[in-house]
Design a protein around this ligand. Structure first.
Ligand code: NDP
Length: 282
């Protein structure tokens, strides 16, 4: 019988811990504060931004909203970031992606003060992860590690396959697994022997954005599956990158979609905000 890794429950636990820590910090006169910058009115972005403000409120973190018009120029946005960098009361800066076409997203992200990079997207923080130094970890990969740790799934010596090599999920989660002494393989769209790699993996992390791509028969018996994919189907339902029903009887543990990795991302963002406040102001 597979264990369902309950991301909602683990994320609630983390948010409760953050709330207690935020309270202790507030008692010392430090109110952690996240600035969320949104450009335009992309419907999905508006939902994500709203959820971030809600999570901050639930955790006792102050959140500020900066909403720029869709037509805003690169320099307007950079000026906004520079203002937030300079503000003593702002601990974390998050720019909601995607940005409109006229804006160079990399340049905007790189303008954020690394000490306020609570998304963990800056080259400085990703570089720290690469060489094993402390820094802000990107939220989804950090959330995956937390799910595994709190589910008591050992990583040392395990064969781990990461499907996907993006800068925000695939590459950083592979580095985190390596840091935990797993033997890590990263696969992508040009990988030639994917079926062989999937059948060998003790732990499979799927982050490719292809609905139900991994089937039960692809997996090693007793594997642990972490499904990062979020794919909206024609009927409006959400599916992961792994065919959950098909894989369920073959695996020892699996994350559902929704309710697995998704809720962890925001919980780790809250943790990063608190960490930024502590590091900057205490
Ligand atoms: P990207 O589109 O940036 O990267 C996808 C990766 O998957 C690429 O490296 C690509 O390879 C690889 N890939 C695509 N098709 C295949 C295939 N058939 N076989 C093997 N590899 C393949 O996606 P993200 O990393 O941003 O996101 C991945 C998924 O995770 C999406 O569904 C996204 O919605 C979800 N997501 C969920 C989050 C959460 O909070 N739960 C947060 C972030 C993302 P190549 O490099 O060769 O093109």
């Amino acid at each position: 019988m597979a264990k369902i890794i309950d991301g909602r429950a683990i994320s609630a636990q983390i948010k409760e811990e953050v709330k207690q820590e935020a309270k202790a910090l507030a008692a010392r006169g430090i109110k952690a504060c996240l600035a969320v910058v949104q450009v335009g009115d992309h419907p999905a972005s508006s939902v994500y931004v709203r959820n971030k403000h809600r999570a901050c409120a639930a955790c006792g973190i102050k959140s500020l909203e900066f909403h720029l018009p869709e037509s805003c120029g690169q320099e307007d946005l950079l000026r906004q970031i520079r203002d937030l960098n300079a503000r003593e009361d702002v601990d974390g800066i998050l720019v909601q992606l995607p940005l409109p076409r006229q804006i160079d997203a990399d340049a905007v992200i790189e303008a954020i003060d690394p000490a306020k990079d609570v998304d963990g997207f800056l080259p400085e923080n990703l570089g720290r992860l690469l060489i094993g130094q402390d820094g802000f970890l990107p939220c989804t990969p950090a959330g995956i590690l937390e799910l595994l740790k709190r589910s008591h799934i050992p990583l040392e010596g395990k064969e781990c396959l990461v499907l996907g090599r993006s800068n925000i999920v695939g590459k950083p989660v592979a580095l985190l697994m390596l840091r935990e002494h797993a033997t890590v393989t990263i696969a992508h769209s040009r990988t030639a022997n994917l079926p062989e790699l999937m059948r060998r993996a003790d732990i499979l992390i799927a982050a490719i954005g292809r609905a139900d791509f991994v089937k039960g028969a692809d997996l090693k018996e007793g594997a642990v599956v972490i499904d990062v994919g979020i794919n909206r189907m024609e009927d409006g339902s959400l599916h992961g990158d792994v065919d959950y029903e098909d894989a369920f009887d073959r695996v020892s543990a699996i994350t559902p979609v929704p309710g697995g990795v998704g809720p962890m991302t925001i919980a780790m963002l809250m943790k990063n905000c608190l960490r930024a406040a502590r590091a900057r102001r205490s």
